[in-house]
Design a protein around this ligand. Sequence first.
Ligand code: AMP
Length: 279
Amino acid sequence: MEVVSTIDRIKPILKEIKAAGNKVGFVATMGFLHEGHLSLVRESIRTMDYTVASVFVNPAQFAPNEDLAEYPRDIERDLALLEKEGVNLVFSPSVEEMYPEDYKTYVEVHDLQSRLCGVSRPIFFRGVCTIVLKLLHIVNPDVAFFGQKDAQQAIILKKMVQDLNMDVLIAVTPIVREPDGLAMSSRNTYLDEHQRQAALCLYRSLEKARSLVDKSEQSALKIREAIRAEIFAEPKAEIDYVEIVNTRNLLPVNVVERGTLIALAVFIDKIRLIDNIIV
Ligand code: AMP
């Protein structure tokens, strides 16, 4: 497995790989890898000829009051995990490599970026779209793999590549959960034992929603109230949002149908966690 940290170095390597007729898969990560990330890597390795993973904690998606400095990092462990999976190439650039001092260009996907997570994190998706677009230009993959865990991110990135007429396919793979249902996340490492237990209310509330839908409940209002009640019952939890939306424009629906997205963000003490299901 080759590890590259500069754009000048990675571009010619990938040009040669593609010229030889290989289909390139790409997995973008912020590192501190877990089974969720590795499921994307495995999907790429299974379906593509050559897999590139990136490890880069992207400052542009963190607001000044957010956890950029504390975000967990362990590049040695990440590289060992990626090598074990059979990744061909890792791109692990410095902040200066991706955002030199005179950096000026940012990408926005209007409307979609302002809903759900965009309400409490107004610059988040601008940062995500900018780094992903840069990485897609650098790696030039045939398929880029993203997790359903970040449902809004996947929807926005699909819109971005469509609007910008890019040839890359955005593939979305299912949420990987801990045995008790908690969606895996690098931020789960912030949780102490009590908070970890409290965090189960996210999954519990979504399961409650699923069981209502299974019993033919279609009222978004009622399902939303049931989710909120489940989360209110957990003293450590505070709701950022619970939204029931269509996946096209992320606007709320009244009637829950096949394909409706139920997404939520909840603070457990000060730690913000997200989760979702598609009905
Ligand atoms: P991150 O390192 O948090 O930026 O995540 C990198 C990629 O891994 C994104 O496409 C995420 O959606 C995906 N991912 C993170 N957690 C999970 C999970 N629990 N299940 C599936 N994919 C995930």
